[in-house]
Design a protein around this ligand. Structure first.
Ligand code: GDP
Length: 298
């Protein structure tokens, strides 16, 4: 995913190798190259600006060190700033004091929400929880069935509306699901919601109604890393319309440049909590900003 960015940054660092103290002109030139590298990787402009300003500022203040030469010091600064952009620390799911913990998934159609519900369910089981998935996406005819298939593969219970009851009310389904979870001692409930191909008012209102009905402990915004710059505007629209507490990046296994998805944490101020890296249920993990930064810096 981040090959372009990695190789561009590597070139920037190579040009600094073997240098003595960095002059003001060296720092400016390096900052410019880093700016181009980030823009080419599709990182959103406000993030690029903040990043480059921080690098410049810190590079100027660098003391000549015995242990690190200027190139190494710049790499260290870029690494630390990159970790900051990616949210700093690894974020954990906030568990409800009184179970069940409710996690609401929101995002556009095709981002991998339903697949994520299964992945999250399987992951929660591994953590010792007793999760339950809820099919509150009643917009697409096949969505309920798809969640049931994913749940069966993950070995996780799925709460779904009775078939043949017409389109149904996703808010009622979600509410019933929480009551069912409470009665049957499921301690984490993952609610899959409907997505559209683009941001739309009705979808936002439906997700907000479900939110108000189930009072989630976490709302995870699911973003497809392949979508490019739209990731940022879609994230802002969801933040405004539904609100969310964390981000899940999906399709990190793709070969897109990925910078836009990386920008989402910084732009929305919400941490990236999980990353999805393939179609299989096991292709999923907690997101570690430090590991991601090291991967990008090679
Ligand atoms: P939803 O519409 O948001 O519920 O999205 P789905 O869960 O139906 O996923 C849409 C497509 O993306 C499916 O074909 C999934 O198999 C695929 N998908 C989901 N997550 C990933 C991922 O991390 N990597 C890849 N390559 N494909 C994924």
């Amino acid at each position: 995913m981040f090959d372009t960015l990695s190789s561009r940054l590597e070139t920037v660092f190579k040009s600094l190798r073997g240098r003595g103290r960095l002059s003001e002109a060296d720092i400016d030139a390096t900052a410019r190259e880093i700016r181009v590298a980030l823009l080419e990787a599709d990182v959103a402009l406000p993030v690029v600006r903040a990043f480059v300003a921080a690098i410049k500022e810190r590079a100027r203040g660098v003391e000549v060190s015995q242990a690190l030469n200027p190139a190494q010091q710049v790499i260290k600064i870029v690494n630390e700033e990159l970790i900051g952009i990616l949210g700093g620390q690894t974020a954990n799911i906030r568990l409800a004091k009184t179970p069940p913990t409710v996690i609401l998934l929101a995002g556009l159609q095709g981002t991998g929400k339903t697949t994520l519900a299964g992945k999250l369910g399987m992951w929660l089981k591994k953590q010792g929880h007793t999760p339950m998935l809820v099919a509150a996406d009643l917009q697409r005819p096949n969505a309920v069935n798809q969640l049931q298939v994913v749940g069966a593969r993950a070995g996780v219970e799925v709460f779904a509306p009775e078939p043949g009851n017409g389109i149904g009310d996703p808010v009622a389904v979600a509410r019933d699901a929480i009551a069912h979870a409470r009665r049957n001692v499921f301690d984490v409930v993952v609610v899959d919601t409907a997505g559209r191909l683009g941001v739309d008012q009705e979808l936002m209102e439906q997700a907000a109604d479900i939110r108000d009905a189930v009072k989630p402990d976490e709302i995870l915004f699911v973003v497809d890393a392949m979508v490019g710059q739209d990731a940022v505007s879609t994230a802002m629209a969801f933040l405004d319309g539904v609100g969310f507490s964390g981000v899940v990046l999906t399709k990190l296994d793709g070969d897109a440049r990925g910078g836009a998805a990386l920008s989402v944490a910084h732009v929305t101020g919400r941490p990236i909590m999980f990353a999805s890296t393939g179609e299989a249920l096991g292709d999923f993990d907690v997101f570690h900003p430090e590991r991601m930064a090291s991967r990008i810096l090679g």
